[in-house]
Structure formats: C-alpha cells, structure tokens
Unconditional design. Sequence first.
Lengths: 150, 696, 221
Amino acid sequence: MAQFQVGEDLFATVVIVGLTTLLIIALAHSYHNFAERKNMYESFDLALDVAGQLRNDVLAKYDNGVFPGLINPMTSEWELQSYCQLLSRQGIGLSIEVRGTDGKIFLAYGPEPNAINQYFSPQCSVSLPVAISQTQASKSLGELIVTVWR
Amino acid sequence: MKDKRGFMPFSLAGFFLLMLVLAMVAYTTWSRHQLATNTIEDVTCESLLTTAAGVQSDLQHIARYATYRALWEVCENADNYDNDDSRENMIECLAAKYFMDYAVAMQQAYKQVDARVELEFQNPPSFESSPSSDLFLDQPKTHENLSSFYLHQAENGYALMEVRLQKQTRIRVSSWDNRIKLALPCENFNVFIDCRYFLLQERMDKFIRQFDDIRSSWKWAEYAVAWGEALAGRLELSESCSKTLFNLAWANHELKTFGSADYPAVAMRLAGLDMGALAGLISGAAIRVKPFCVNDVQVMIRYVDGGIQDLDGIRAELMDVNKCVEYAINEAQENSSLENVQLKLGSAIGSVDRILEKVQEVQQQFQQLLDYIASKRGSDILMLRLYNGLTSSDKNYPPPARRISVGIEGVESKLLELKGQIETFAQLIQSSNGLENLGNSISQLYNHVVASVHDLLAEPMPKYTESYEEYPDPSTYALENDPSPTPRNARIYIMEPNDGTIGTLDATLKDVKTSLERMEDVATDVELEQGGLVGAEIDGELTQALLGGLDMQSEQHAEFDREQLYELLPPKPIRPQPGISVFDELDIGDVRYKRVDPCGRLCGASAPPTPIPLWFIDVTLYWAQWEVTLELENKPIERIFDFPNQTIPRSPLDGDEFGLAKIHKALGYRYELPRKSFSFTLVIISPQYFNIDAND
Amino acid sequence: MDKRGQGYAIDMLVFALMVALACSILIKASPNESNALNDRYAANLATSVLQTFQNVTAGEVGGFKYKPDILGLLVPWSSGERDLRYKTLAQLLVEDMLCNLRVEVGGRDIVPLKPNQEFDRQVRKFLKATLDEIIGGRFDYSLVARTNPIDFSPAARVHFETSIESFRDNGRLQACSETVRMCLPITQQELLSNIQDIYPITNSRLEPETLVEITLSLWSK
C-alpha cells in the first residue's frame, strides 16, 4: 500500500487529465456534429417554409384571387422583390426558379450562386412539383426550385 | 514529507463531466422535441391549406359540371331562343342554378364528413323543404343571390365561365383542436370549358343566315340538268332527281359552313335506304354467337406461355439467391474479407430485385391476356363468357385472374421479406466492421433464406377441390349413344395471398393453358368443318343458356336511333378544321312542278314548250317554265357536334338502359329550322325544240 | 498513509465510474437520423402533388385518350376515340368514378350494366405514369380514390374505390398521408333514378355524401 500512492503520482495525474480531456473532446465533437446537423435541418426547414409560401401565396396571385398550387409565371417583379426584401431583413437570401418538365424556365429570380459566399453560408435547395398556368385552357407541370441561405 | 494533494478530488471532476454530458443530452433531446413539434405544426398548417385549396378547386370543379349541364340543355333546343344573347343568358342562369344545387350538397356533405371545413357565404340562401314522393330535399328560395355566372368566349371558340360568388365568401378550415384556423377567400374564379360552344353557335348562325344558299344551289343544279336535257332534246323532270339534287345542295351548304356534312345519311339517301335501318344495321347491340378463331386462341396461349416462362426464369434466379447467400455465409465463417461477403450479399439482393421485376411481368402477361379478350368480346357471347370465367366467380373460390393477382401479392411479400432479411444482415456486417461475433446471425440468415426459397419453390398443394363432370368429345362416339360423364376434380391452389408461391402460380397458369389448348383443338376442328356449317343457326334456347349469368341480356340491349348513335359516335368531319360533325334530319315530302308557260297552262304538264317565233330573224325559240316546289314532311333538324372535344360525361342513352354508367359525349348544338318549303322558277328557253316528260 | 491510499483508490474508482456513465449516456443518446424533416418534406411533396393533380391538365403530361368499350358498337365513320386533354388529373379520376360506380346489394357487387372499364384502365395507367414522373425515385407512393359509400337502403349502397401504387406495402413506416376531397358531379335525383333501374329502392332517405376522397400516401425508399 505504501507504494500505492495516487494523486501525488505525476503519471496517474497525467492519465486522469488525459482521460478527462478526451472525454471533453468527445463531448465537444458530439455537440459540434449535433449543431451542424441542426443547422442543416433548420436550413432545410426554412427552405421548405419559403417554398410553401411561394407556392401557396406569393407566386399564386392572380387578378381574381389567390389559387394555392397554381403558379402564375407573370407574377410581377414587385411582388417577388418585396418578398425577398422581407426575407433579407431577417438575414435570409433567396433564389427562385420555376421550370417546366422540358427544362424551359418560366420564372427566375435571385442572385447567381457565388462560390465564396457559399463557403461561408452554405445554401440549401428544395424542389417541389407545381402546376404552371400557361393559358386559360392548359396548365402544365413544372418544378419550383427554391434556394435559401443565411 | 509534506503531503501534496490536488485541489479537487477526481470524483468531483467526474461529477462535473457527468453533469456536462447530461446537460448536453437534455439540450439535444429538447431540441429534437422542438423540431418534431414544429414539424407537426407545419405539417398541420400545410394540411389545412391543402384542404382549403381542395375545396376551392372543388368549387371550380362543380362550376364546370354545372356549366356542362347548362350548355347541354340549352344546346339541345337552341332554336327556342331568339338570339345569341338570350341563349347565353339562359346558360348563365341554368349554370348558376345547378351550381347552387351542387354547392348546397357539397356544404352538407362536408358538414357530415369533415367538420373542420366550412363554406361561408355572406347571405346564405334560406331553405324550405318540399316533400317529393318519398324523398326530402332542401330547395333554396333564391339561387341567384349566391353566385353570378358570366359566359365569355375563350380562344378558338371555347367557352370561359367567370364565376362571381358573393363578397366575403370564405372557405374556413380549422385544425381538430381549433388552435389553427385558416380562412381562404374565394370570391371570383374562371373556369375553362372544354367545349367549343361559341364556334358551334357561330357556325350554326352562319348556316341559318345563308340558308337560302341551299335553295340557290339546288336551283342552279336543276337548271344545269334541265338545260342540258333540253338542249339534248328531251327534258324529264323527275322527283327522285330533284330530291337527290336537293340533298346534295344541302350537303354542300353543310360542307361550306361546317367543314363537313352528314355523309352517312347522304350515302343512305342516295342509295335509297331507309334511315331507320342505319342504327339497326350498325348497332352491335345484336348478340353474336361466333366460334373461337384459332389465331385468337393461339395469341391467348402465347400470353400464358410468357408467364410460365417467366416463372421458370424466377426458379433459376431463386437458386442463385440461395447460392449467393450460402457463399457469403461460407466466406463469413472462414473469416474472409468483408468486401467479398458484402459483394455476395449484394448479388443476392440484386437477384431478388430481378425476381420481383419478373413477378410483375407475370402479372402483366396475364393482364395482357385479359385485355386481349376484352378487346375481342364486343357482343360475342363466347368471348364474354371466357372473360367472365377468368374474372368473376360465384363459387367458393376466386376466379383465375384473382388467384393470379393474389398469388403474386403473396410471392412479392415473401420476396420483400427475404430481401429485408439479407439487407439487415448486410447492414449488420457494415456496422460491426467485422465478421466476428456474427455466428448466430449468420446461421439465422442461412436458415431463413433456405426456408424462404424452399417455401417459394415447394410443390403446389391444392387448397380446395371441386368436383365436376366431364363429357367426352362428341366426335368420339355415335350420336345414338349417350355416354355417361366422367367425374373429375378441379384443384384450386391459391385462395389467399399466403398461398402464393412459384409452384402454385405455375400450376394455376398451366390449368388456364390446358383449358385454352382444348379450346384451340375445338376451334381447329370447327374451322376445318366451316364449309359444312354454312347456314347453321344457334337456336334461342342455346342462346339463352349461353347468355345466362352474363351482364348482357338480349331483352335489355339498347336500341339507338340515328341521332343517339351520332351522339355516341359522331362521324369524323370531312375537313379537320374546324372539326365539326354534322347530323341532319331531312324528310323530303314531295316535289311539285307547276307549268306556268301558256302551253303548259292550257294543255297540261306534258304539253310541248311554248313557241316564240322571232320572225325578224326567222328563228323560233321554245319556252317552258315551271314553279318547282319541294316540301319537307317535318321541320328539318340540323345538329352539329364538337368532334375533337367529346368531354361531357353523360349517360349513353338519355333514358334508362345503362344504369349508372356514363360515357363522354360531344356537345351537340341542335337547331330545328323553321322553313319547310323551297321553291324556285325554272325557265328553259331553247332555240331547239325539246320534248317534255312530266308526271302530272 | 494506507487510508489515504484507499481514499485515493476510491476517488479513482468513482471518477472512472462517472466517466463510464457519462460515456454510456453519450453513446446511447447519440442523435439518430431524425425522420422529422424527411416526413416534413414528404408531407410538402404530397401536398404539392395533390395540388398539381387539381390543376395540371392531361394534355400537358402527354395527353389522354381512350376508346369506350361500353357500347359494343362498331361504325365505319368513327373510331369513337375520346381526347380529354383539357381535363385536370383530378377531374379524370373523379370522372372515372362517375363512369364506373358500383352497386352493392346485400354485400354482393352487382356489376352495373356496361361500365366504362376501358376508361378506368386508361386512367389508372395514365395516372401511374404521371405519378412515377412527379414523385419519381424520391418516395414510394399509393394513391387511393374512393367514394364514401352512399347508402340507399339497408341493403343497397353505391361505392367506388381504386388505387394506384408503386409497390406493395411490406410493413415500412409510412412517411405521410394527405387527403383532398371532391364532389361527385351527379345530383342525388339522377343517382337515385339510375339505381332504380338496377335495384328497386322505395322509401329511401338519401344521405348527401357524394364526396370523393383522394388520398396520397408516401413511403421512404
């Protein structure tokens, strides 16, 4: 027992401190992973919210009312601008594209993606199928692609 | 020696670490909970908005059908209205009325089915009950307060209905706990009507405005014929010729105005056939009993063979799955490399995917067989019986089509379970990063795979047996003998999805193939003896026996008149633009020729022409003149159909025979023309004498 | 000294225990992939698809044509083909129901006289191809369209159900399910009078539930 002296032994102290440090590093790594995933979830959630608002309200306005789910390719730029300004006041950047199944672009708004900005604030994209009002008779199938970033 | 101690015991440090970990875990759990709660709320909101948008779309939907009904009713009697505006006003009123009926029913239906949804009108119409026989239906006092309909012309002659509901009309939706409420305004919307009402109206107006062109065309045609005959020396005015020329003039006017004419009727009239015979001649409602054609049966057998071959392929693939899994397990037990094992398991999964695709192909082959028989059945009793035999059954066991689909369902679920097991094991290997400590899982997987494959490839055991009597082929015994039937057993291998295996599917398909092969033998014999069967008829008793149980009863087959037939199958227009089909009803009564020149008046219809001597040039002209009058028996009916847009769902006959069934029909614009009499003056002046033959 | 040594040993043991406990809590509570966002996206997608169904016209997704087999008629002047390019996808589904309603008496289906089965077949084929295009490889789906059974008497009811699936359910957890409702465009008087031809009904009180439910369910691949 005389040889067994813990606490005074430098080796024991190093081992304990090492263990503790490892644990704290593991904890920090875990939290970092969680925070990253949470950020990603929040971005995606935000993208879905914005896509929903665009599909059901901003892009679905016509002279005689709002028709959720039916995109008006003639939506005025003023509407889009005011919506984007609303989001930018909350620190959210937005890029919108509405394209048909044949790749034809009906509506595009927002800045081009910038590699440098993307590094600091990664973008999150979401795409949803929508109907696009072309003429009174026909409504074609298209895709609404929304990209958001903070 | 002075004791050196640390300023904090390790257990305290451990305690702090534990608290830190617990705090982080609590935070992440709370965060996940928040995310889940937010997701639920967001999804609820989305769901509410979907419901509200659905109701909004439904209002447009019922407005469309209300407009279809209104258009149909008004266009059926388009001549009842003075002008286009009154017609359009009536369409708008009727559409508003029918919309009201549908909207009221919709409101009440939502109250019963989904209490969250409420259609809010500013001044809801008041109701009073009006008992009618045994039904109680609520009738609104005024419908025009609820909505206003305005009919506009859209592109290419189509119609657009603008609907204005009352101000403050809202669709209110709330969540089940009433925490979230949504009010979607719905006051105005446009509904595109896929019928070219305005085109039909415009063309009919043009037809009527230029109606006199028929008389002119007919007149000039008669002149051409008469002058030609007169110059040839003999003029014969005949009723049949005049009728033909009138028919052609009418058809020509239709062609000029509508881009098409009622050419089937014109052909019938020119051929001198009775119009009423047209529906009878062409109607397939007459029942046919026709022996099977060998080619048809061979095609059916090919479909079944395709399915049987696919099942043979599946057997081979299942053996491959067994081998791959066995190999993977051997590799695992020998502690071989992880990649090898995963490769083999991947191959096994790939094989299962291929088997699933092949199983779908078996289903498709059988469906193609059914589609083929359906396309051939028409009113052919034997094809109908064959189709019924494969798809319906009033016995205690399902029919072959159902057995195949149920069996395939069972096989697919077993294959998916097998695939799941292999995938789980593969994931287990991947997550454990090694093959150690997997002994139990390996043996479990092996046992499971062997059992599954064995089950799928097992010999089929009948689940149900039904006995029946089989009579020998009549060609194998003399007519005076009366052989007794042989008792046989029909084996049913599939009653429910769990009975589905490769063996049972194979046995079921082979039973079907055996029956088809026997049909092929009979069909071959019949075709060889076809010459001897000329003139043979199927008597009524046999027809009734064959019809028994089928959904097509001879006494219920529909009789179509020509107009109804055109409603169902409008003739293809002669010119693709504007694409209008034409129906006309012309009952030409008689044609009268009244001589009005002096000789004719004095001496009768066959009197020679009145000579006009021109002494100063020593020429005599011969003059004959008639008042030609054509009378129609009834007012002529002209009906035009929007041929490219046969889109209005209606009963095949606007009567009783078709029950609930509906078919898409083209909008028909029907006009009863007021004019029944057409006349003109025929004047012949010829320098040569000509004889006149006329029926007095 | 011995007691101090023992104390230190106990201290170490307690510390080791705490660390082990902390590690096990950390491992156990390691965040699994949350399905919440996947489900949220699935719900959004299902909503979009149903809204698309109510707006997109058939002509813009390849066109829809069919030849009715209801008649058994053949005429030389017309193929009888119907081109429904301006109808929305939801309209096609509702009209399929309208054209193929079934009557059930005493639990047994009475096949209506000459239903429009070819229309039903073509609608199902068309909608499956369209759903494959819209939903594609993202999710497996099941679209079920059914009427609420309309009871005309204790024994007789009218109903219809059809489903279009991309796979057979093997017990996987459903990501989401969204429903829209639409009216069946037939008045109750017309429905009653049509049924009278197939099955006589007297003293019936009609229940106004002529609603069609269209439910889209999605499963993760």
